[in-house]
Design a protein around this ligand. Structure first.
Ligand code: TRP
Ligand code: SF4
Length: 327
């Protein structure tokens, strides 16, 4: 049976960290066997909150290398850049006309951005249109599924409504995408705040063993546990939050050791370091291998964009036809 098509993108905001790995990439890797996957670098979306991105080509390459290193497989999945696909932009122009302004203004992420009047002079039209472009990214491939976390559900619901509106006028031309809900563990940064580039509190996929060790050493523990003999509370500790994900087999032992001061924070961190390092090591090897193959990333993207164009141009042809502007 033919696999159902799944589309997803990731904004090109810089090098990827464990949040991306746990929140998105591991999920993508496993979806590859079940779905016909289209994964793209959401380059245009990265510009919705900045006008200029330095070294963009390098940022895109690094992101794609990160994808490949964790197991996104160009033999299984179509990997490409949104910015190479004029079809997304064309469809976005069209779909913007069947998207009521009110829908976009009510979108939770947009509402967060324009809390005050003043914000309206800073926030771009591109930001407001974010969900329309997203809809186009998906619909350009007849995408049937989109992997989403709970927080992205309103965006997908909006996509469905935009498509429904278009279809309401023109018949069943575009596919209404469904969500593949993914359970993702929430990984905080090493300072217990949200893991974010701007806080510089993430553990990156390309971390060296020494770099990783330093990051783990900086992680915030139970602040009440000042001396080695003080008992601690694992539930308030950042290291323990990571152990929950990476050391499930020794969780009880660690919690118990912490509460009874049986284990010191230094050793506790060492256990985590080793787990993380073992996980990252095969990625490092694959990355080194990919980086040694000159021109490989370009080859992957060129091939992906060719496959993507083949589908998107058909979908757009269909759209142009029903609207009355095909030649
Ligand atoms: N919004 C996604 C992110 O923040 C990127 C994205 C753009 C996307 N278009 C999409 C995801 C379409 C899924 C489907 O990284
Ligand atoms: Fe955190 Fe481990 Fe120290 Fe307890 S022993 S406070 S869980 S680092």
């Amino acid at each position: 049976m033919a696999k159902k098509r799944l589309v997803s993108g990731m904004r090109t905001t810089g090098s990827l960290h464990l949040g991306h790995l746990e929140g998105t990439l591991k999920n993508w890797v496993s979806l590859q066997d079940t779905y016909d996957c289209f994964f793209f670098a959401a380059v245009w979306h990265a510009f919705t909150d900045r006008l200029k991105i330095d070294n963009l080509p390098a940022i895109i390459d690094e992101m794609v290398i990160d994808w490949l290193s964790v197991g996104i497989d160009p033999e299984k999945s179509v990997i490409f850049r949104q910015s190479s696909m004029h079809e997304h932009a064309e469809l976005c122009t069209i779909l913007s006309n069947c998207t009521p302004l009110g829908w976009l203004e009510r979108c939770p992420s947009f509402k967060d951005d324009v809390r005050d009047e003043d914000a309206k002079s800073r926030v771009s039209l591109g930001k407001l249109m974010y969900p329309v472009l997203m809809t186009s990214d998906i619909a350009a491939y007849d995408g049937e599924f989109v992997p989403v976390g709970k927080d992205q559900l309103p965006h997908l619901e909006l996509s469905r409504e935009i498509v429904r509106r278009f279809n309401g006028s023109y018949g069943d031309v575009l596919k209404e995408p469904d969500a593949v809900l993914s359970q993702v563990p929430l990984l905080l940064g090493i300072d217990k705040r949200k893991m974010s580039k701007s806080y510089n509190n993430g553990i990156e996929l390309r971390e060296t063993p020494d770099g990783l060790k330093a990051k783990v050493q900086q992680m915030i523990t139970d602040p009440q546990r000042v001396r080695r003999n003080d008992p601690g509370d694992p539930e308030v500790c950042c290291v323990y939050a990571y152990h929950k994900i990476y050391t499930p087999d020794r969780l009880e032992e660690i919690a118990q050791g912490c509460r009874t001061a049986g284990i010191g924070c230094r050793d506790c961190k060492l256990i985590l370091y080793e787990r993380l390092n073992n996980m990252l090591e095969p990625y490092r090897c694959r990355r080194a291998e990919i980086e040694s193959r000159k021109g490989y990333v370009k080859e992957v993207l060129d091939a992906g964009e060719k496959r993507a164009h083949a589908i998107a141009s058909e979908v757009l042809q269909r759209v142009r036809q029903v609207m009355g502007f095909s030649s």
